[in-house]
Design a protein around this ligand. Sequence first.
Ligand code: AMP
Ligand code: ZN
Length: 114
Amino acid sequence: MEDCTFCKIIKGEIPSTKVYEDDEVLAFNDINPAAPIHILVIPKKHIKSLLEVDKEDERLIGKIYRIINQIAEEKKFDKNGFRVIVNCGKDGGQEVEHLHFHILAGKPLGEKII
Ligand code: AMP
Ligand code: ZN
């Protein structure tokens, strides 16, 4: 089966602007930013969505949140704050079927849904 867009980014077959990388996690700038800072953080393991997260992925998901807070400190938006969004499925508006965490920052993020 053909790799998804984000697996192609992981393999370097689609270019991206990398913000963070280790053997399990990649973070890169969103191609269509919704805020001055819009970074996507993804596991290198192809997990289709939040619904596909297994027990064995618990450590990896925790690590992703720690990396998000590391990026916030490095990019210096930790003090002003930021928002993390995971869209899941059709009603959640998920377009790329590879689990990803949006980090939005760099301005007041406006109306909150919740
Ligand atoms: P979602 O709607 O939650 O599935 O988010 C998918 C996100 O991936 C969108 O914000 C897109 O702008 C972003 N995106 C899609 N293709 C690329 C790409 N090649 N490089 C960077 N971001 C991308
Ligand atoms: Zn994938």
